[in-house]
Each structure stands twice: as structure tokens, then as C-alpha cells.
Design a protein around this ligand. Structure first.
Ligand code: DP6
Length: 344
């Protein structure tokens, strides 16, 4: 049966970082991580499916064929054959587009694989006459594309990786955090300050592999487990000061691990540090609930409570924009999950 599905899926930002993979499977994390979805930074993906006796994939970005993406997409389809055997037989026409500009250095793989996984599950549901979306299964498929993509499925914080602190947590897929979130830590926003829009010198996938044999690997995994358990408690009690300490420490641990890998490398740029120091100064002066986190790049994610949005906007305009490449920044609310926009 012929199908066409369009899905819009948010990106996400990790508060506790996934960094390092086990060698026991595909994209099995060494430690649990937790993230907020970024509802305003999305990928929109359309999948057209026609059953056939073999597999053929056509891939385009915003209507323009992109052959360079095909090896990654082909590898993804091979990986998901065990979970979705029907993908062996079909012609797939996939088009994707991000709502954030190219060259902002924002990893689009989380939103992109999240959207593709949701679309494929929708097609499977249609083939099976199912109406319920199984988010754990969507998350598992997304994980096989890019580990962090499996956390883009939930409006509440998403936990990926088995942890004693979270019931039903799994290495195979992410789950929604069920414990209540204190109002102090609801409705936060994320402004991504673009320090460097260029291609990363070391990809995340290469960075993960440098954890094998890393002198600090074991202690980092222990720290991440402990930080996750602490952060979950803090999200319940609303201790913003402690939240900030854990989140900032996680970002710096991630980059410390990069700087102590063999070969060592550094993704932070001078303006990354300048922004971090400005945020610390602003927080000291105002006592406002603001902090930063980093992903595997030079850009800074400024996290802040909704209530102080107008002061933070002024702070960004007056103190941070000078450190951003072409004064570029992106704003998003936290939360959000994949939306099915079209289905036929
Ligand atoms: C630093 O999910 O991009 O953003 O699984 O190889 O695709 P692959 O890596 P990826 O790694 C993300 C790492 C991170 C931290 C995080 O999102 O938890």
C-alpha cells in the first residue's frame, strides 16, 4: 500500500551528556543521559513509500537531491531491518528540511532521525492497521540513526540509558521522566549562541570512540550516573542552584574528556569562554536562574527560566552578541515531541 507521511520533530539538548558507547551493540550508551526537547528547532521530513521487491532510497534536502547523505541513510535502513523487517522491500523517497539555518553548527541529526523514525512507524502502523504510536519503538529506531535522536520523542525530560534512578529506563530507547517537575524548573528556554557555524573538526561519532581506553572514562561514567540521579531529585525539589551546578559541570566534563582524549582536541573557541564568563558574571550580579550548557561544539546553549526572559534578552543583545558569529543566535522553548503533519 502506497503511503506518504510528513513529520515535524524537535531537536534536543542534553543536561546530562551521552558521551561514549558500549561495544555490545549499536549506539548503546556507556551512561544514562537526560535532555530537554527544543520545540522551536525542528526537522520536517516527508517519507513516500511504495512497496517493491527490493529497497531503493532517494534522499533530498528541501527538494534538492543530496547523494552525500545516502551512505548514512542506507546504513540506518540496514540497522533497522531487525526491528522493521518490511523496510527491506520498498521504494522510499525521503525529503527533509530544518527550520534553523544551515551553517549554524547545530547538530540536525537528532531532529532528522527523530522525524524519520516517527514517519516509518506511522507507515508501519498503517500497514498493520494500528492506531497507537509506540513511542518506545520510535525512540529505539531513532537511536539506530543517531544516539541522541532517541530523546526527541517526549515533551517532558527524556532519559536514555539504564539507570537505577529511573524506573523502566533502558539502553535501547529513551523514556519520559515520570517524576513531577518543580515549577522552578518548568518552562525554561534555550538560546543557542552561535560562536562558530563551521563544520566540527571532530565528529561526535569519532569523539565517542575516543572514550575507549580513555584514562578518565570509568570515573566519567560514574559521575554521569551520579549526576543523573542528583539532577532528577533536583528537578523534583526545584533547587535551581544545584541544577545549575550539575548542568554546567556536565558541559565542562564533556569538554574536559575531549581535551584529555588521545588524540586530544578542543572544540571550545575563545568566544565560547568569553560567553561562559559573561553568563557567570550576569548570574553573580543578578542572582537570576540562568546557566549554560554545551554540546559537542563551540556554540553555547543559554538556559533560563521563562520568567526572566526579557532581562535575558537584553543581556544577550548588550553583552553576548559581540561574541556570536554574524550576531547569530537561535531561541527555543523546551519541550515538544514529534507531530504528524500529513498522512495519506
Ligand atoms: C555531546 O548522538 O550525535 O551531543 O550516536 O554517534 O550519532 P551518535 O552521536 P550523537 O552524540 C551526541 C553527543 C552530545 C551529548 C548528548 O546529546 O547527550
Amino acid at each position: 500500500m502506497k503511503s506518504k507521511v510528513t513529520v515535524k520533530c524537535p531537536s534536543n539538548i542534553a543536561l546530562i551528556k551521552y558521551w561514549g558507547k558500549k561495544d555490545t551493540g549499536i549506539q548503546i550508551p556507556q551512561n544514562p543521559s537526560i535532555s530537554w526537547s527544543l520545540s522551536d528547532l525542528t526537522a520536517k521530513t516527508t517519507v513516500k513509500f511504495l512497496p517493491s521487491n527490493c529497497r531503493e532510497i532517494k534522499f533530498s534536502y528541501d527538494g534538492v537531491p543530496k547523494e552525500s547523505f545516502l551512505p548514512k541513510i542506507n546504513e540506518f535502513f540496514k540497522r533497522i531491518e531487525d526491528v522493521l523487517p518490511w523496510v527491506k522491500n520498498g521504494i522510499f523517497e525521503i525529503d527533509t528540511v530544518n527550520n534553523f539555518p544551515h551553517g549554524t553548527g547545530i547538530a540536525s541529526s537528532a531532529a532528522g532521525f527523530g522525524a524519520l523514525a516517527t514517519a516509518l512507524l506511522e507507515i508501519e502502523n498503517k500497514l498493520d492497521n494500528n492506531t497507537e504510536v509506540f513511542w518506545n519503538k520510535v525512540s529505539e529506531i531513532a537511536r539506530l540513526g543517531s544516539g541522541s535522536a532517541c530523546r526527541s520523542m517526549f515533551s517532558k525530560p527524556a532519559v536514555w540509558g539504564a539507570s537505577e534512578a529511573v524506573k523502566n529506563s533502558s539502553d535501547l530507547y529513551a523514556v519520559e521522566l515520570k517524576s513531577p517537575i518543580h515549577t522552578n524548573l518548568q518552562n525554561w528556554k534555550d538560546t543557542v549562541l552561535i560562536v562558530d557555524s563551521g563544520e566540527k573538526k571532530v565528529s561526535s561519532t569519532a569523539g565517542h570512540s575516543l572514550l575507549n581506553g580513555h584514562p578518565y572514562a570509568e570515573s566519567r561514567f560514574l559521575q554521569a550516573n551520579k549526576n543523573l540521579a542528583d539532577l532528577i531529585k533536583v528537578m523534583e525539589t526545584g533547587d535551581v542552584e544545584r541544577f545549575i551546578k550539575i548542568v554546567e559541570s556536565e558541559a565542562l566534563q564533556l569538554h574536559a574528556i575531549m581535551m584529555t582524549s588521545i588524540p586530544y582536541y578542543m572544540l571550545m573557541r575563545p568566544n565560547t569562554i568569553a560567553i561562559i564568563e559573561s553568563i557567570w558574571k550576569f548570574r553573580e550580579e543578578t542572582n537570576f536562574p540562568v546557566c549554560f550548557t554545551l554540546d559537542a561544539g563551540a556554540n553555547v546553549h543559554l538556559l533560563y527560566s521563562n520568567e526572566i526572559e526579557s532581562s535575558v534578552k537584553t543581556f544577550i543583545q548588550t553583552k553576548l552578541l559581540l561574541y556570536c558569529q554574524n550576531a547569530m543566535y537561535l531561541c527555543s522553548e523546551t519541550g515538544g515531541k514529534p507531530q504528524i503533519e500529513y498522512y495519506d
